[in-house]
Design a binder for this molecule. Structure first.
Ligand SMILES: Nc1ncnc2c1ncn2[C@@H]1O[C@H](COP(=O)(O)OP(=O)(O)O)[C@@H](O)[C@H]1O
Ligand SMILES: [Mg+2]
Length: 245
C-alpha cells in the first residue's frame, strides 16, 4: 500500500502541487528518493531518519521508496523533509490516513525532530487555501501561513506534537496572522498648514473609499497631501495586504 502526502514545489512564487508517495516493500533494506530531487532533497533521507529516531521510531527494515510526483518536475529545497516523514509515518500506520489527507505539509526537520523554518510558506499557504486544504508548517511560520486567509494551519514545534495532535492527545492552536513591525512612523496630516478644503477632501476620500485628483501649481503641497493619506486610513487586514503585495 502506498501512502500519499501532499506538498508543493516552487516555480518562482507559484506553488505547484506535489504528491509525495511512500512505499514500503519487502526486499533488502534501502531508502531511495526518486522524482528529480536535488541534493537538499536527497539528503532529506538522513534528516528524516534522525528525526524519527529522536522520537523513538526506527525506520522499518524494508525497501523504502519515496516518489515525488510529477516525476519530471525538478524538486528543490529542504521543505520536503516533513511530507516525506509524514508519508513514512502513514506507511508505518503511526498516523491516521484520513485526517492527514486534508493538509499540505512543508517544513525542514532537524535531527532532534524539531521543525525548522523554510522559504515559501506564504505561497504554499495561498496554494493550500486555493485547493480548500489546510497547511502544516513550522511553529515560527504559523503566523505567516495564517495571512493566506481562511485555512486551517497546524504549526507544531516538533514531529511529536504533530503526532500527538493527530492522535488527539494535544490540540495545536490556530495561529493568528502576525503583523510585521510598522517601519517608521506614518506621516501626519497635522503637518499641513491651512489647506482646510484640501484636508477635508482627503478625509472624505479616505472615509468613503473615493478616488482623488490633486491639481495645483508646483509647490502647492499636492505630494505632501497625498503622502499623508495612508496615515488616516485604517490598517489593512490580511486579505487586503496580500492583494496589494
Ligand atoms: N500647506 C502646507 N503646509 C506646510 N508645508 C507646505 C504646505 N504646502 C507646501 N508645503 C511645503 O512645500 C513643499 C513642496 O510641496 P509639495 O507637496 O512637494 O508640492 P507639489 O507636489 O504640489 O509640487 C512641501 O514639502 C512642504 O515643505
Ligand atoms: Mg509633487
Amino acid at each position: 500500500m502506498v501512502a500519499h502526502v501532499e506538498t508543493v514545489a516552487f516555480l518562482g512564487i507559484d506553488a505547484l502541487a506535489v504528491d509525495v508517495q511512500v512505499q514500503l516493500a519487502s526486499g533488502l533494506p534501502a531508502f531511495t528518493v526518486v522524482g528529480l530531487p536535488d541534493k537538499a532533497v536527497a539528503e532529506s533521507r538522513e534528516r528524516v531518519r534522525g528525526a524519527l529516531g529522536a522520537i523513538g521510531l526506527a525506520l522499518p527494515p524494508k525497501r523504502i521508496t519515496v516518489n515525488l510526483a510529477p516525476a519530471d518536475l525538478p524538486k528543490e529545497g529542504s521543505h520536503y523533509d516533513l511530507p516525506i516523514a509524514l508519508g513514512l509515518l502513514l506507511a508505518m500506520d503511526v498516523l491516521p490516513r484520513d485526517e492527514l489527507a486534508e493538509y499540505n505539509a512543508v517544513g525542514e526537520l532537524s535531527l532532534d525532530g524539531r521543525l525548522t523554518p523554510v522559504a515559501g510558506v506564504l505561497p504554499a499557504a495561498v496554494a493550500a487555501q486555493g485547493q480548500g486544504r489546510g497547511l502544516i508548517c513550522p511553529l515560527e511560520q504559523g503566523g505567516e501561513a495564517a495571512w493566506a486567509g481562511d485555512l486551517r494551519v497546524l504549526a507544531p514545534d516538533n514531529l511529536l506534537s504533530l503526532i500527538n495532535h493527530f492522535k488527539g492527545s494535544q490540540v495545536l492552536p490556530q495561529p493568528a496572522p502576525e503583523l510585521a513591525d510598522e517601519t517608521g512612523a506614518q506621516l501626519d496630516l497635522a503637518d499641513i498648514k491651512g489647506q482646510e478644503s484640501a484636508k477635508r477632501a482627503l478625509e472624505v476620500a479616505a472615509a468613503g473609499g473615493h478616488n482623488l485628483l490633486l491639481i495645483g501649481p508646483p509647490g502647492a503641497g499636492k505630494s505632501m497631501l497625498a503622502e499623508r493619506l495612508p496615515g488616516i486610513l485604517p490598517p489593512l487586514d490580511a486579505r487586503e495586504a496580500l492583494g496589494i503585495m
